[in-house]
Write a protein that binds this ligand. Sequence first.
Ligand SMILES: *[C@@H]1O[C@H](CO)[C@@H](O)[C@H](O)[C@H]1NC(C)=O
Ligand SMILES: *[C@@H]1O[C@H](CO)[C@@H](O)[C@H](O)[C@H]1NC(C)=O
Ligand SMILES: *[C@@H]1O[C@H](CO)[C@@H](O)[C@H](O)[C@H]1NC(C)=O
Length: 466
Amino acid sequence: MRPRCARILTLCASVVVSQAIRSPVIIIPGFASSALEARINPQTASAALKTECPQLVGSQWVQIWNGNQTKACQALVFRLDVDPASGRYANTTGVEVRPLDFGGLRGIDSDGGDPEKGFWAPMVNQLRGAGYVVGQNIFGAPYDWRLAPEDGLGQVHWFADLRALIERAVASAGGMPATLVGHSMGTQISHYFLAIATTAPWRAQYVSGFFGLGPVLGGAVTALSLVLPGIIPGLTQLPLSPGDLWNAQQTWPAGPSLAPRAFAFQSRVVAEVSTNYTASDLERMLLDLGQTLPAALYRRVHQFSPTPFPALDVRVACVYGMGLPTPELVIHNPVAAAMAADATAAAPAPYMAPLAAPAPSMRRKLQAIGAPAPAPAQAPFSAAATAFFASKWSQAFGDGDGVVNLVSLRTCERLLPEAILRRPKVTHNGIVSDPDALQLLLRFAANCALPAPAPAPSPATQFTSV
Ligand SMILES: *[C@@H]1O[C@H](CO)[C@@H](O)[C@H](O)[C@H]1NC(C)=O
Ligand SMILES: *[C@@H]1O[C@H](CO)[C@@H](O)[C@H](O)[C@H]1NC(C)=O
Ligand SMILES: *[C@@H]1O[C@H](CO)[C@@H](O)[C@H](O)[C@H]1NC(C)=O
């Protein structure tokens, strides 16, 4: 499928990439960055759902995750029904949730807004400037980001939908195989799709390359905020307020899927008073904290994760920022932990049962140590988890793009990329509109000669901990 070299040289010389070598681009966004829409069936939904989310009741699809719903509504509507025995995920009873505008570009911006102005606009405009046309050779592939590539996305037929979209894109681009552009969780999904959810003959016909922006192929310490029942100050870089949505969040396989992977993270990722947890101990950590559902989902996701890390038979580019302080170790402050243990012991007996609301005396003690009070009612925090979260946290930072650790970003390099672009001080989201990254994408998607990867720099020495 590659044009011959001599032709490439002339075609690549032009600013406007020639039609003859233009590979259709499929954009797969990051965690919580796909726009979703929902509707609530008044016959089957709970009274609480109808009260908290009145605008979603009825047969019309309404965009969610755009700031139009209250936290209380989101916590109910985003909950998945999980059957750990059968391993089936379902929307909560009476609710339907689906990605908005699959194939188009409205769905790849979490605000579902104008693709001319949103997060991907610089890339889309760059592609259009080179002669690309939205709907003809630029497509978006939003997804239900509660689910994980290893567990859930296959159940809702998303990989089949993506294969069909790519086949359509390739047909409308005159047979040129496609380039998958993933950002963040979208890179993890692209990798899984290309390694596991497609066959080699299919890829040979339909996929030319994978362009990974901020690749999170080894997980990230920041993603621990998705599997832990509380707000960890400083781990809030994700586009979601950890803790607020715990009722929903604990049912998502996405959190365990994005958690640090043992093959990438060699040292501990969580330090507790009496225990260090490495990336291999995270299921045990969740059980120690009484988080049985997240622990069960963690076990499932990691059982289905292919090992060893699969190679790819398509062209690969790894593009990321680095040199920014990125949480690498979550530390539970021993002094505060002792105070919290004392507070727990002093609290009245009902406090030890699944928690409705912290007792007033407990609340005062939590305030005294400057801790956020546990959320009332919606989350059945265990006593262990409550004591854990009611006390102080700090973090140690290492190198990365502010969200994803360098060890994880560099996992992409195990795929023997044709191009590696490392951009100093460019953030996890900033890399999507980085001018050098966009230039590289044009050349990569046109199959033009690429600059040789520079040797890997040594990571910045530990940033100070806070
Ligand atoms: C939010 O809801 C209002 C009222 O229903 C609607 O007019 C508006 O378009 C919604 N905004 C978004 C971004 O969906
Ligand atoms: C949620 O609802 C949508 C729309 O009906 C459906 O396509 C999807 O498969 C459901 N998701 C799950 C996890 O059941
Ligand atoms: C945790 O690891 C650190 C660094 O390796 C070590 O100094 C510390 O003693 C360990 N703590 C426990 C409880 O094992």
